[in-house]
Design a protein around this ligand. Structure first.
Ligand code: NAD
Ligand code: USQ
Length: 396
């Protein structure tokens, strides 16, 4: 297939591009490199040294013999160029990663809220409108988030996207299937809830074939392809805005920084290793819906863990101390989480568990690149409300 990877320079997009290229697909990366600019804005850098996207593509050609094609394009701001690109290249499939994905960054200030909503909703809507207008019949696979469901403990498993309900009518009860009600916990997560409605409309109105992957928190760094050359290494975010919880604990342990648990650490979240994330995207591409089908939704996660359990696990493995800090976020202090992920397991996903993968990530990545860590960038200082901000700043 000819596959467009939107956001293919990012943490999930880069290893996905390599994997699909290695599998023999013609891969085109479209990215505006905004993530690299945000690193500059925040004064941070990936734990792992990253080459330019052009250099990464050159190394891949040397290593694999396969070409990766890079196109510098802003999905949210360059509608006409995007449409022209689709008309010219007519991809068979499009994988859409190209959004601002950090919840803390989206809550940093009013400017960051506005940027996140403008960037993410315009990127997705421009893509959908351009797909219809260009008349291409590509399968769109979007990276959504488990966070659209919210984290209130309902005691029942979260289904894959849809909920069967009964409505009282004058003629008795009527069964209906609805999108699972969203309850986003940040402006970023809210944009993913908006994306869901955009997808529902374009699937129903224009017969677009869309798969939405509700992904949990991705951890780890390497895939088989990124290991093939040191310059193919994936990015690894550890700072207080972009670093996700388990990857942060791993590097904190590597530099003897106390593990930064927010609140009691009673928050339960869904997790998936980057290798499995990439594999799931391959599986989803092979399982495209037909025109006229509802949006296909998968829960892309393999395990759930409570934050304090993760901290204790990493502490046991490494001897690190655990610090319980004031929580900069407005979120349930404790929640249960049971998630259905039957569809990917049925398609043959064989998950990497924390128990198998954790130690190698600590040794191969966190310890190896520990000298590149700026300790001052470790604390999470973006607060969800002004009240929470004043508490957080008092604590490192
Ligand atoms: P990332 O920030 O590393 O990568 C996103 C890429 O998209 C970047 O290279 C960025 O430059 C590009 N981009 C952003 N806006 C763009 C625009 N307007 N035009 C063109 N390119 C643009 O993020 P990631 O961790 O790789 O996440 C990828 C996707 O997966 C996101 O949509 C995110 O919501 C989703 N996701 C990520 C995780 C996770 O733990 N990392 C978990 C669940 C879902
Ligand atoms: N947390 C800590 N300490 C830290 C960092 C985080 O206790 O140092 C806690 C947070 O308060 C939160 C939980 O860990 O309760 C998860 O935080 P996170 O930053 O790892 O994850 P989140 O903000 O939800 O966002 C990440 C990705 C996002 C993706 C989402 C999947 O950045 O793109 O959509 O995970 S999910 O969480 O399933 O919605």
């Amino acid at each position: 297939m000819r596959i467009a990877i939107l956001g293919g320079d990012g943490f999930c997009g880069w290893p996905t591009s390599l994997q699909l290229s290695a599998a023999g697909h013609e891969v085109h990366i479209l990215d505006n490199l905004s993530r690299r600019w945000i690193d500059t804005e925040l004064g941070v850098q990936s734990l792992t040294p990253m080459d330019s996207i052009q250099e990464r593509c050159r190394i891949w050609k040397e290593v694999s013999g396969e070409s990766l094609h890079f196109h510098l394009l802003d999905l949210a701001k360059e509608y006409e160029r995007l449409k022209a690109w689709l008309v010219e290249y007519r991809p068979d499939a499009i994988v859409h990663f190209a959004e601002q994905r950090a919840a803390p960054y989206s809550m940093k200030s009013d400017r960051h809220k506005v940027y996140t909503v403008t960037n993410n909703t315009n990127a997705t809507h421009n893509l959908l409108a351009a797909m219809v207008e260009s008349g291409i019949d590509a399968h769109l696979v979007h990276l959504g988030t488990m966070g659209v469901y919210g984290y209130s403990s309902v005691g029942a498993p979260i289904p894959e996207g849809y909920l069967d309900i009964e409505i009282d009518t004058p003629d008795g009860k009527r069964a209906q299937e609805i999108l699972y009600p969203t309850r986003p916990g940040s402006v970023y997560h809210m944009t993913k809830s908006l994306d869901q409605i955009l997808f529902q409309f374009y699937a129903q109105n224009d017969g677009l074939r869309i798969t939405d992957l509700h992904q949990g928190i991705v951890w780890g760094t390497h895939t088989d392809q990124t290991r093939r050359h040191e310059q193919l290494i994936n990015r690894f975010d550890y700072d207080g805005d972009y670093g996700t919880v388990l990857n942060r604990f791993l590097i904190q342990a590597a530099i003897d920084h106390p593990l930064t648990v927010h609140g009691t650490g009673g928050q339960t979240r869904a997790f998936i290793h980057i290798r499995d994330s990439v594999r799931c995207i391959e599986l989803a591409l092979d399982d495209a819906p037909e025109a006229g089908d509802r949006v296909k939704i998968f829960n892309q996660m393999t395990e759930t863990h409570r934050v304090r359990d993760l901290a204790e696990l990493v502490a046991k493995l490494t001897g690190a101390k655990v610090a319980y800090l004031p929580n900069p976020r407005k979120e349930a202090p404790e929640n249960d989480l049971i998630v259905k992920n039957d569809q990917f397991l049925a398609l043959g996903l064989d998950p990497t568990t924390l128990a198998e993968g954790l130690l190698s990530e600590v040794v191969d990545v966190a310890k190896k690149f520990a000298h590149r860590i700026d300790r001052s960038r470790v604390p999470a200082v973006s607060a969800w409300t002004k009240d929470l901000g004043s508490r957080v700043e008092r604590d490192p």
